[in-house]
Design a protein around this ligand. Structure first.
Ligand code: SF4
Ligand code: SF4
Length: 659
């Protein structure tokens, strides 16, 4: 045993751990100072997410080559962890190792195998960055990332040759065949003093690189090495389309009372860990429809900007050296960035470390709208109309059921017995002439199938979705309370919606306000009726491509039912971007009522649909109907846009169903 080596090692460890701990202390303090976020529930689901998303690298593996290379590095990191202790022990006494594991041949084999995989991962990742130069890395701290890759390569390129010198010097207790790579390298070494020196030099180099890594990484933007697994554990477990309600009630503590994010002091602790965890991989930016159409918003740059402002102001705020934090908008990001988002959730779905961009953006909007009254002027009439007229078109509620004239649809009066199905029509299908076609088709189909249904007529108010996504939580909550009271009074067993935004709000957000309902989207309900033989469509030769609504597919997992309907009425053609990885129509996040900057999202989607060779573009959302009809018209492609209910109604042989 070498006491000199022990003293040197302890000094190196002390320096590294001190640098690490000082930084970690600041990072933890910032998190503890964050606003509350309810993320300690549903522990089994969190453990499962950790196993699948963090350990299993599921999201990263959606892109095979870069995902696999990252997985090699990550899994290798876990497997090689004990070798750090083995190397440190060997520095002090080269004959010694950690108990049991340090003397297992199979572990030596794993170390060799993962050593090679990590090196493969590092070299390939480096190659992708330098040769392919993906657009998604634009704006990332690539220099830092490459230094970290170099450090990881250094860990492995010292480890395996060190093992090789040990084999050459016969220091291992297991047969050399267990370490095929190190064994092959061992032929480069003799048994002489040069190898003895090399063995010492390599083990020291190995340990010093690891200690440098430990001290360096928390001071860089690549903190995710330590925080990503924590962020995944505390990630979203409830419905993806649900926004966390703000507390306005009298029982809310001072910490609970926040009106979104105005400064870094308003961020929740989960949002702070979000900013620490961004790997700057750009997967979110790659799928963002706003970024893809030349708008200022990049979800990656947004998270990086929030982190920059947190690190710039957080330490001084903690010590009291700074009294007031500066505004996040326009400090960290511009107003345009905040309003460019269509809340499609593509970024959240893609992010490998469970960052919740939509919640950040809506919180920024909440502050702008509720505290500063600052939002795009063109959205003002919508917000005013939702508040005053209970619908975003500013129409009279008395006109709510006008679409059903002549269809013999029952309008529920207070005290009427509950129908089997309550059809929640939604504002767009009630008032917009193009979206109405879907409501008319749905009602006709329900009648054809003999379903006992009714509508609320003037008692149905806007769910509050556009106001909420704009950031006006006050208006949303007052509408939510009013609608929940009406729905609880009606007591319908099943609520049917035509609009995915209503579907999301009724099923995922109203439970927070005492409304617990069995909600079905019309595509699901109609597909069931077709399966049961209560509706009998006849397939035609029409080539149809289906556009997934973000609030149906990505936020609420409704993928198959609309496709079943398309297959029942025509010849389906899938777009390359579909299902949970679909591309927004451009209407979400209250963008139906906002001017769009940059290239129109709906035109890009219309061109994608036309490229499939389909002649019909099927949708299952009144907003998608309107947006994509406009996109088809202005982009000049030849397509008919129609809701799946409309297509189904057209294909039904009414006479056969009546017989
Ligand atoms: S929700 Fe959609 S539009 Fe908004 S940042 Fe994410 S990907 Fe972009
Ligand atoms: S937010 Fe997520 S997807 Fe976007 S760059 Fe950061 S880690 Fe990657």
């Amino acid at each position: 045993m070498s006491y000199t080596a022990l003293a040197a090692l302890l000094l190196a460890v002390a320096i590294s751990v001190t640098l690490f701990a000082r930084r970690a202390r600041l990072l933890v303090k910032l998190v503890l100072n964050g606003k509350p976020a309810p993320r300690f529930d549903e522990v089994p689901t969190r453990i499962r997410n950790e196993a699948v998303i963090a350990l299993g690298q599921r999201k990263l593996l959606q892109r095979l080559l870069p995902g696999l290379m990252h997985a090699f590095i990550f899994w290798g990191f876990i497997v090689l962890l004990p070798t750090i202790a083995m190397a440190m022990i060997a520095i002090v006494d080269r004959e010694a190792t950690i108990p049991w594991l340090g003397r297992q041949g199979w572990f030596a084999l794993l170390v060799d195998l993962f050593g090679v995989l990590v090196l493969t991962g590092v070299i390939t990742t480096f190659g992708i960055r330098k040769i392919q130069r993906p657009e998604r890395f634009k704006g990332s701290h690539t220099g830092e990332a490459e230094l970290i890759l170099a450090l990881i390569a250094g860990v492995v390129t010292t480890l395996l040759p060190w093992h090789a010198t040990r084999i050459a010097l016969s220091l291992n207790e297991w047969p050399a065949a267990w370490s095929p790579v190190s064994n092959a390298l061992s032929h480069l070494f003799t048994t002489g003093p040069a190898t003895v020196f090399a063995e010492r030099a390599l083990v020291w180099a190995h340990v010093l690189i690891i200690l440098s890594f430990l001290a360096y990484v928390p001071h860089t933007k690549h903190l995710h090495v330590f925080t990503a697994v924590v962020n995944v554990f505390f990630g979203r477990t409830r419905a993806r389309g649900r926004l966390e309600p703000l507390r306005f009630d009298d029982e809310a503590s001072e910490a609970d009372l926040r009106l979104g994010s105005g400064t870094v002091a308003d961020l929740t602790w989960k949002q702070i860990i979000d900013t620490y965890s961004c790997t700057e991989c750009g997967r979110c930016q790659d799928v963002c429809p706003a970024y893809a159409t030349g708008k200022e918003l990049s979800p990656k740059l947004l998270i990086m900007a929030l982190r920059d402002q947190l690190f710039a102001e957080g330490p001084a705020l903690l010590t009291g050296a700074r009294a007031e934090p500066s505004p996040l908008v326009p400090g960290a990001v511009s107003d345009d960035v905040v309003w460019d988002c269509v809340t499609c959730g593509a970024c959240v779905h893609e992010c490998p470390v469970s960052i919740e961009h939509v919640d950040h953006i809506v919180d920024l909007r909440r502050h702008l709208v509720m505290v500063e009254s600052r939002f795009p002027a063109e959205a003002d009439p919508m917000l005013r109309d939702v508040e005053r007229s209970s619908n975003p078109s500013g129409k009279s509620q008395a006109e709510r059921a006008a679409w059903a004239a002549g269809l013999d649809v029952r309008v529920l009066e207070p005290g009427d017995p509950a129908p089997e199905v309550l059809y929640w029509v939604g504002c767009a299908a009630s008032f917009d002439p193009r979206a109405r076609q879907s409501a008319i088709a749905t009602a006709t189909l329900l009648k054809t199938a003999g379903i006992d249904f009714a509508i609320l007529g003037p008692r149905e108010c806007c769910t509050g979705d556009p106001a909420r996504r704009m950031g006006n939580e006050y208006v949303f909550q007052s509408l939510a309370e009013q609608n929940v009271a009406t729905l609880n009074d009606v007591g319908a067993r099943t609520i049917l919606t035509s609009c995915p935004h209503c579907f999301n709000t009724l099923s995922s957000e109203y439970p927070d306000f005492g409304g617990h309902y069995r909600v079905k989207h019309h595509s699901e309900f109609l597909a069931e009726l077709v399966r049961e033989g209560r509706l009998r469509p006849s397939a035609r030769d029409t080539a149809i491509t289906y556009h997934d609504s973000c609030y149906l597919a990505r936020h609420n997992d409704v993928l198959e039912a609309p496709r079943e309907l398309v297959a029942a009425v025509g010849k389906p053609r899938e777009m390359p971007r579909s299902g949970k990885r679909g591309f927004c129509c451009g209407a979400g996040g209250a963008h139906m009522w906002m001017e769009e900057r940059g290239k129109p999202i709906n035109e890009q989607r219309a061109r994608e649909a036309a490229a499939t060779g389909a002649t019909t573009l099927a949708v299952a959302c009144p907003f998608c109907t309107v947006m994509l009809e406009d996109g088809v018209r202005t982009s000049g492609v030849e397509l008919r846009v129609a809701d799946v209910a409309t297509l189904l109604a057209e294909s039904i042989d009414s006479a056969a169903n009546r017989s």
